[in-house]
Design a binder for this molecule. Structure first.
Ligand code: GAR
Length: 207
């Protein structure tokens, strides 16, 4: 036994944050192994990436289920069958019911491309620019039933440039996400729910 926490990464598409977690988990002293990648979309590009890395990659097409509850019960059965201890949402674009969230209370985290509690939901980079934000970034937080509402674990920030577009800002924030998420997951795996707030200074970089 490696003693590493068994993590499932849930994706819906590209999977670049998933790749960052897979890469980080290759380090011998990283406290997690990526034991499963699960997608609600069979065409998610990240599934191929995970398979190429030798990681079990499962697609559960939500459209093939009669409702949200059936879909989530299938996800739950898959997670349990793989002995998963922690769930990391990484661009997983399905709303989760309180039932599913309750199964993973204190054991499920998400990355969001904004400095929560500002800009929950979609189109965060456009909205941050429209609001005239001078600082923008990303957040890793615990998942609770309210969308993008759970307690904040870690954030990373950068300065918005005068010549930024939503796309250029998105690209730079994504670079930050790829650093923040592996650090936050390691912290959570090591410290658990109660202690999992990164000390100030460790959580902020990128300006
Ligand atoms: C990431 O920017 C992630 O923060 C965002 O989706 C993107 C997925 O990219 N998540 C959300 O908006 C969730 N509310 P990736 O598939 O390349 O990791």
């Amino acid at each position: 036994m490696s003693g590493k926490k068994r993590v499932a990464v849930l994706i819906s598409g590209r999977g670049s944050n998933m790749t960052a977690l897979i890469e980080a988990a290759k380090a011998r002293d990283y406290p997690c192994e990526i034991a499963l990648v699960l997608s609600n979309r069979p065409d998610a590009r990240g599934l191929g990436t995970a398979k190429a890395e030798g990681i079990e990659a499962v697609a559960l097409d939500h459209k093939q289920f009669s409702g949200r509850e059936c879909f989530e019960r299938a996800m739950q059965a898959t997670l349990v069958a793989h002995g998963i201890e922690l769930v990391a949402l990484a661009g997983f674009m399905r709303l989760l019911t309180p039932w599913f969230v309750g199964q993973w209370d204190g054991r499920m985290i998400n990355i969001h491309p904004a400095l929560l509690p500002s800009f929950k939901g979609l189109h965060t980079h456009e909205r941050a620019m429209e609001a005239g934000c001078k600082i923008h970034g990303c957040t890793v937080h615990w998942v609770t039933p309210g969308m993008d509402e759970g307690p904040i674990i870690a954030q990373a920030a950068l300065a918005v440039r005068g010549d930024d577009t939503p796309d250029s800002l998105a690209a730079r924030v994504l670079g930050l996400e790829h650093k923040l998420y592996p650090a936050a997951l390691a912290h959570v795996a090591t410290n658990g729910y109660a202690e999992a707030t990164l000390p100030a200074g460790e959580a902020l970089f990128g300006i």
